[in-house]
Design a protein around this ligand. Structure first.
Ligand code: SAH
Length: 366
């Protein structure tokens, strides 16, 4: 819901100031629409329904994984695709993976989002509406900004959305913003954010030569500068920065690279999250990944193969030996391309013209 438009509309009608708060309270508790807001006069509810769309996003497709993960493809009012994911864990945790942009202007070589066309930054309302959509299905308690896009390229809107998440049920301590290490945004985050929002860094390589090869952004903002900023953040907040490290067979998963990573990060300021690589295929609409979830794709997107379990275990062992905290991320939703790095808004859409797909609002994964 566009909250600025809501307030403007209410003001224009001469409504008392508490009306906006009433609407917001119903919305964050999962109301299905204005109609459910029974403490608002009926005429007002009807008027709002036509003047202020209940969501800034429309749902275009929704898929549920065998493991209970739900992936939703939304469209913005101006036609950009946005995906977000709800993950349900056995311990009861319900975690949202939110997008900050439609597509992503960066071109990390292992990420499907980087291969689709970049659309634009999302507004705070568009980010929040992803969360509110899932709130209407279930209670939610965690959020990660690990969907499409680079949050530090759109930090003001991301923070405006994150600051409203507690009302939806997601505290700041349970909110994580992930970045490739885009320094201007990262510096702003470190300087400005007083709330205990968690920071995560997508590192993926222990040295500049390799990192630049797989993440071109590293040419611009090299490892030492990015790590220094993260370390400063960990020191001042006394909260560890999460480091994401996707395990690519024969690329970044050798035991000596594990030792180099331990040396780079040290014991005190970081916690490493090893991510099993999720395959995606650029040329077949992802159907290969659906049919054979454990088979690395051979098509254009399939530059990489994921590291084997043994290889991940050996890498992890190197970090543990050096006493660097490390976990291996549980993969969720791979069968519906909802897992890390698989969000590419493959437009399995009936009734939409192919014109839009070809215009590049959608993806190579068509
Ligand atoms: N742009 C931000 C937010 C996206 S987070 C960032 O990169 O941090 C998405 C996470 O999934 C990142 O750590 C990304 O590197 C990782 N990822 C990308 N492609 C992946 C893949 N194919 N398999 C597993 N993880 C992947």
């Amino acid at each position: 819901m566009d909250l600025a438009l809501l307030e403007e509309t209410l003001r224009g009608r001469g409504e008392p100031a508490f009306r906006a708060k009433q609407v917001w309270e119903w919305t964050v508790r999962g109301a299905a629409g204005y109609d459910a807001m029974t403490n608002l006069p009926r005429a007002l509810r009807e008027e709002l329904a036509s003047a202020v769309p209940f969501s800034t996003l429309t749902v275009e497709a929704e898929r549920e994984s065998r493991d209970g993960t739900v992936k939703t493809l939304f469209r913005t009012a101006d036609g950009h695709p946005v995906e977000a994911v709800l993950m349900r864990y056995r311990d009861g945790r319900r975690s949202l993976c939110l997008s900050s942009q439609s597509g992503c202007p960066l071109t990390c070589t292992f990420c499907a989002t980087g291969a689709m066309a970049f659309g634009r930054n999302l507004t705070a309302s568009e980010i929040l509406d992803q969360a509110l959509h899932f709130r209407r299905l279930v209670r939610v308690d965690h959020a990660v900004f690990m969907g499409m896009g680079e949050p530090m390229l759109n930090l003001d809107e991301v923070l405006a959305a994150a600051r409203r998440l507690p009302a939806v049920g997601i505290t700041h301590r349970r909110t994580t913003i992930s970045t490739v290490g885009w320094l201007p945004g990262l510096r702003q985050f470190v300087a400005e954010v007083a709330e205990p929002i968690r920071l995560a860094l997508s590192l993926h390589a222990p040295d500049d030569e390799l990192r630049s090869r797989i993440m071109p952004v590293n040419e611009r903002y090299p490892i030492a500068d990015v790590i220094a900023e993260c370390r400063r953040h960990a020191e001042t907040t006394r909260r560890r920065v999460f480091v994401e490290y996707v395990m690519l067979a024969g690329v970044n998963d050798a035991p000596e690279q594990g030792r180099a990573l331990a040396q780079l990060l040290g014991r005190d300021h970081f916690k490493i999250n090893l991510i099993p690589y999720n395959p995606w295929a650029a040329s077949d609409g992802g159907t290969a990944a659906v049919a054979r979830p454990n088979t690395p794709p051979t098509a254009a997107g399939g530059l990489y193969e994921g590291s084997s379990r043994d290889r991940i275990a050996a890498f992890r062992h190197e970090l543990e030996r050096a006493r660097v905290p490390v976990t291996v991320r549980l993969t969720r939703g791979r069968d519906i391309e909802a897992a890390c790095g698989q969000l590419a808004a493959a437009p399995r859409v009936v009734g939409r013209g192919s014109r839009r797909s070809r215009a590049g609002a959608a993806t190579p994964a068509t």
